[in-house]
Design a protein around this ligand. Structure first.
Ligand code: M6R
Length: 615
């Protein structure tokens, strides 16, 4: 959570930082602030609200001169969102100023110690404690800022990505990381600091990603010095060339990132299987699987750990792995798994699924699994992310940046990677015939085109959205492969329109949820031809006889559901295990249009953030 940006170089820092904050707003958006060094002093402005509120306020409030500055966009953890708790935070002397992403867990005891030593605090944040701790060390030990940061961080328990500077040394910014991402863009006589590379992509393609427990002193016109926080060892920084481009992180004519990302799915899925699905050669090539084939074949079971939408993709994979490769699968909420003292053995394979690769619970779950000897395979979207690095092996989804908080293309590309894995393992284990295998590959190759066709329902879905936008509850039902899709459809609606929605296995309805059904209740039922069709049609009859409003997601040319449902949205036909890649499309569009009609902030829904780097 929280986005941090910094700049030191020869240009004006302000426009770089404000634009960078706008790009990082997906990480948190309850308050924002900037501190600039104008040649004499620090100019600081911060406010509760969005980066646009900060911009409006700041340009009337302070001069925006200066070639050194830091900025922050916040998702509150310690202290409610208000002006005072917003970052940056000054130290008591006013010499140091800091921005921070993460949580200092022992902040309370540190704060008490500092109060005993005469420090005072304006905010309720752990961050203000940290900057004063650094100041205290700097004075007492009579050391430079970099050393003071290092000593202070060795007293801290928790997670952080920080950037701090001293107005008396306005030629350097000190940064450090543990558990929260931090990238340094390396330009020509200039450096950029950010939670991800998006704030600096138009200025430089060269970046250093700090590893956990590393810090760096970024000096104007010099090289970056990276050290280990624990033992002061110098580290040779690896300068990576970024593949990201500007177009990928802009809206490209769409009203919202979410809509853009929904429409990017045909290409994203294609990118996911490019070079991996070789239908002519009847082959699937996934380096991470290939290199560890023995481990996969000897595994007793797969345990999937993930959160939110990624957990739903994990549930789909449970059906695929068991169905095709006959490997037992358990799908775990990472947040529960990590605290449950689970039974894990060296013969378990953990698949950690995460778009951001930074989700704290998922990261902790894989650390636990590794400590007990399990092999960890990461399915991440963000290249070089913490989970991708922590995993023993993995496969990227290659979906491109997903900026809308509601996950869309991450879900379909995760399912694509997991399907490729299941197919490869099924072939290796001989649980699928060569003709079936080939048929699956050919069918998977058609999915991008079929997603294009599914997207054509957009205008019709919008009319359905208009009819049901004022409903206060929604039920989503599906069976088999489409049960997780029902859960995902309900999550999409909840998170961006704030309408209560629940997903259920269609057959479970009679065990309770059926009591909810009356003429006010819209029920979205996934009823594709492949996948217990007749059973689902019976469930639809049950809803109909209780006067529920039925929105059916059906296969092209469907007859039976059409006769019963109030509305049907067609998707192209495919084999059963691939139906989630198509049925999820109208559900994404439905939640999108309802949220737009209700005038909700689609890309930045309240209380949420794109990557959840706190517990
Ligand atoms: O980055 P991750 O995939 O690990 O994120 C997991 C969840 O926080 C995420 O999927 C969340 O549920 C989305 N907002 C859902 O749209």
């Amino acid at each position: 959570m929280c986005g941090i940006v910094g700049y030191i170089g020869r240009r004006d820092a302000y426009p770089i930082i404000i634009k960078g904050l706008q790009r990082l707003e997906y990480r948190g958006y309850d308050s924002a602030g900037i501190a600039l060094y104008d040649g004499n002093d620090i100019k600081l402005s911060k406010t509760k609200g969005k980066v646009s509120d900060l911009k409006e306020r700041l340009e009337n409030e302070i001069t925006t001169d200066g070639t050194l500055g830091i900025g922050h966009t916040r998702w509150a953890t310690h202290g409610v969102p208000n002006d005072v708790n917003s970052h940056p935070h000054y130290s008591n002397s006013g010499d140091l100023v800091i921005i921070h992403n993460g949580i200092i867990e022992n902040y309370d005891s540190l704060r008490k110690e500092l109060i005993n030593r005469g420090y005072t605090f304006k905010s309720d944040t752990d961050t203000e404690v940290l900057v004063n701790l650094i100041e205290d060390v700097k004075k007492n030990e009579n050391v430079k800022l970099g050393k003071a940061v290092q000593i202070a961080l060795n007293q801290v328990i928790g997670a952080y990505a920080i950037a701090v500077f001293d107005k008396n040394k306005p030629n350097e910014i000190v940064v450090a990381r543990l558990g929260s991402p931090l990238a340094i863009g390396v330009g020509d006589d200039e450096f950029f600091i950010a939670s991800d590379a998006s704030p600096f992509i138009e200025f430089t393609k060269n970046a250093i990603y700090l590893e956990d427990e590393e810090m760096a002193i970024v000096r104007r016109g010099k090289t970056v010095k990276v050290r280990k926080i624990k033992n002061d060892d110098l580290v040779d920084p690896y300068i990576q060339e970024l593949q990201l481009n500007l177009e990928q992180i802009e809206k490209g004519g769409y009203d919202h990132f979410m809509l853009k990302e929904i429409y990017e799915q045909p290409e994203a899925i294609q990118d996911t299987f490019r070079g991996r699905l070789l239908s002519n050669e009847a082959m699937v090539k996934l380096a991470g699987v290939e290199d560890n084939m023995k481990k996969f074949l000897a595994a007793d079971r797969i345990i999937v750990v993930a959160c939110g939408t990624s957990w739903h993709a994990g549930l789909v994979s449970e059906y695929i792995f068991e169905d095709l490769a006959r490997i037992p699968v358990e799908v775990e909420y990472a947040s529960e798994f990590r605290y449950r003292n689970p039974v894990i053995t060296e013969r378990d394979i953990i698949i950690a699924i995460s778009q951001s690769g930074e989700t704290a619970d998922t990261l902790a779950a894989i650390k636990l699994a590794k400590s007990r000897g399990a092999f960890v395979f990461g399915v991440c979207n963000v290249v070089g992310s913490s989970i991708a690095r922590e995993a023993d092996a993995g496969a990227y989804t290659h979906a491109g940046p997903e900026i809308g908080v509601a996950s869309t293309k991450a879900f379909t590309t995760q399912i694509t990677v997991l399907t490729l894995m299941a197919l490869r393992l099924a072939r290796a284990k001989g649980t699928i015939s060569s003709s079936e295998f080939r048929h699956h590959l050919i069918e998977l190759e058609t999915i991008p085109n079929k997603v294009e066709v599914a997207l054509k329902s957009d205008a019709y879905v919008e009319t359905i959205a208009d009819i049901y936008k004022d409903a206060t509850n929604f039920l989503y039902l599906g069976r088999g492969y489409n049960f997780p899709v029902a859960l995902e459809g309900a999550l999409k609606l909840k998170e961006i329109s704030y309408i209560h929605a629940e997903g259920y296995p269609a057959a479970e309805m009679k065990h309770g949820p059926i009591a909810l059904i009356d003429e006010q209740m819209p029920v979205v039922v996934i009823a594709t031809k492949k996948g217990h069709y007749e059973k689902v049609v019976s469930n639809i009859q049950e809803i109909k006889s209780r006067k529920g409003k039925i929105i059916g997601i059906v296969t092209e040319g469907d007859v039976s559901v059409k006769e019963l449902a109030d509305h049907v949205i067609e998707v192209p036909e495919t084999i059963e295990c691939l139906t989630p890649l198509l049925t999820t499309i109208p559900l994404q569009l439905l939640s999108y249009h309802i949220a737009v009609m209700l005038d909700k902030n689609v890309d930045q829904p309240r209380n949420l953030a794109k990557s959840v780097t706190v517990e």
